[in-house]
Design a protein around this ligand. Structure first.
Ligand SMILES: C[S@@+](CC[C@H](N)C(=O)[O-])C[C@H]1O[C@@H](n2cnc3c(N)ncnc32)[C@H](O)[C@@H]1O
Length: 238
């Protein structure tokens, strides 16, 4: 089984401890820079408090600060990535273009923008607007135009649909934007091989690490928040 290295730290610091050219695949889900935007909307925050990322506290930078933080992330990502490695970064549809621009500046080759559709999203304000049920993911390769792509001869669409998290994936505690294991499994299986090293510098509750371990990949994970880090550690250990 693969090994895991976990840092409870700011990824802008911890990334510097990772060896250059050592990572095969990054699967990550950073702040989407929607916190301030959502706070300024006329929504009922009290009802949403427990599961609303705008109040979670990690997504409250202004746009320029966020762009700077994404620049720092891609700059370090370029250093730690192996040539031919890949990145899957989840993002809000509104911010995809900004991320593509930054990634290209640091040598990443833009491949695809895809959609994750949640079959059973929280029906917030369902009588007022279209219920939000999608997030984007962006796929890059590093310094090459192709990389590992284990499609086994199947046509793979740029669209994936899952249910939101089952209870069994939350038994060590809740994270407000936890991704389902099935979603992450899809990317780790297709874009890496056993014994490869996977990195998630914004690991939250550790979903990427859980999947990496199940698929016999090595994992490096970083999370700033002490409580989410503790959930991630327990999930990955188990
Ligand atoms: C969208 S969540 C990731 C959720 C994760 N995919 C999961 O399945 O649980 C983003 C996470 O990044 C963390 N974070 C934000 N800024 C960070 C930083 N500079 N360094 C490390 N972690 C950070 C937040 O605390 C949050 O848990």
């Amino acid at each position: 089984m693969g090994y895991s290295v976990l840092y409870n730290d700011d990824c802008m610091k911890a990334l510097k401890k990772i060896e250059s050219s050592s990572i095969n695949l990054i699967v990550t889900d950073p702040p989407y820079n929607l916190g301030n935007f959502m706070k300024s909307r006329d929504t009922n925050l009290h009802k949403m408090r427990d599961n609303f990322f705008a109040t979670a506290g990690w997504d409250n930078m202004n746009f320029d600060e966020w762009i700077k933080s994404m620049e720092m992330f891609f700059c370090e990502a370029a250093r730690v990535m192996k040539k031919g490695g890949a990145v899957i970064i989840f993002m809000s549809v509104m911010k995809v273009e900004s991320i593509v621009k930054i990634a290209e500046k640091y040598g990443f080759y833009y491949k695809t923008t895809g959609i994750w559709h949640k079959k059973n999203p929280m029906p917030r304000n369902m009588n007022l607007h279209f219920v939000n049920s999608t997030e984007a993911w962006i796929y890059f390769t590093y310094k090459t135009k192709t990389g590992v792509f284990n499609n086994n001869g199947c046509i793979l669409h740029d669209f994936i649909e899952t249910s939101v998290i089952p209870k069994s994936e939350r038994k060590f505690g809740k994270h407000p934007t936890q991704k389902p294991e099935g979603l992450i499994y899809h990317f780790v299986k297709i874009l890496s091989n056993p014994k490869d090293t996977i990195l998630d510098p914004f690991m939250g509750s550790g979903t990427t690490g859980v999947v990496a371990k199940k698929l016999d990949r090595n994992f490096t994970g970083i999370e700033l928040d002490k409580n989410y880090f503790s959930i991630a550690r327990k999930r990955i250990e188990e």
